[in-house]
Design a protein around this ligand. Structure first.
Ligand code: AMP
Length: 280
């Protein structure tokens, strides 16, 4: 497995692969890898001839009071996992390589970027769209792999790829969970034992709502209220949002139907966690 630090080298590698008639898959990550990330790597390995994973803690997607400095950085362990799963290239640029000093160009997906996580984290999706656009332009992959765990991010990136007519297919993989239901996240490392238990309220709320939905309840207001009741039983956890939205536009909808995203975000002390399900 090769570790690449520069955009020029990544592009040269990708072009070489594609000139040989083979396909390239890209798995963008911020490192601190877990089974959720590895599920994307396996999806990429399953459908592409050569796979690059990027590890870059992207400063522009963090707000001034967020956890950029604290964000777990476990590069050597990450590389060991990626190598075991057969990744060909790890792209791990320095911040200056992704944001050349003096650079002023950003990608803004207007509208969508101000909804859900974008509403609570102003500028977050601008940072995400910018770094993913840079990675796609650098790696020129045939397919790029993302997790449904970050469902609003998927909506923003789908819009960006369509609007910029980028020649890439976005592939979305299901949420990977711990055995007790907690969605895997690099930020779960922040939780102490008590918070780890409290964090289960997110998946509990989603299970309750999914149960009602399967039982025929379609009214968004009723489902949101049901989730609120579950959260109320865990007062240490502060709800950020409970939302029923169209997965493409992130606009609120009144009725649950196919293509609708039920998403929650909540703070367990200082740790912000998200979870969701999509109605098929
Ligand atoms: P991150 O390193 O948090 O930026 O995540 C990199 C990619 O992994 C994103 O596309 C995430 O949606 C995806 N991902 C993170 N956690 C999970 C999970 N539990 N299940 C599936 N995909 C995930």
């Amino acid at each position: 497995m090769r570790v690449i630090r520069t955009i020029a080298e990544l592009r040269a590698w990708s072009r070489e692969v594609r000139i040989a008639g083979k396909s390239v898959g890209l798995v963008p990550t911020m490192g601190a890898l877990h089974e959720g990330h590895l599920s994307l790597v396996r999806a990429a390995k399953g459908s592409c001839d050569a796979v690059a994973a990027s590890i870059f803690v992207n400063p522009t997607q963090f707000g001034p009071n967020e956890d950029f400095a604290l964000y777990p950085r476990t590069f050597d362990a990450d590389c060991a996992l990626l190598e075991t799963d057969g990744v060909d290239v790890v792209f791990a640029p320095a911040p200056d390589e992704m944001y050349r000093p003096g650079s002023t160009t950003f990608v803004e997906v207007a509208g969508l970027s101000e909804r859900l996580d974008g509403k609570s984290r102003p500028g977050h999706f601008r940072g995400v769209a910018t770094v993913v656009a840079k990675l796609l332009i650098a790696a020129e992959p045939d397919r790029a792999f993302f997790g449904q765990k970050d469902a609003a991010q998927v909506a923003v990136l789908r819009r960006m790829v369509a609007d910029l007519a980028l020649p890439v297919e976005l592939v979305v993989s299901p949420i990977v969970r711990e055995t007790d239901g907690l969605a895997m996240s690099s930020r779960n490392r922040y939780l102490n034992a008590e918070e780890r238990k409290q964090a289960l309220v997110l998946s509990r709320a989603l299970n309750a709502v999914q149960g009602l939905s399967l039982g025929g309840e379609t009214r968004a207001s009723v489902l949101i209220e049901a989730a609120r009741r579950v959260f109320a039983a865990e007062p240490a956890v502060r709800v950020d949002y409970i939302a029923v939205v169209d997965w493409a536009t992130l606009e609120p909808v009144d009725e649950i139907r196919g293509g609708v995203l039920f998403a929650v975000a909540a703070y367990v002390r200082k740790t912000r966690l998200i979870d969701n399900f999509v109605v098929e």
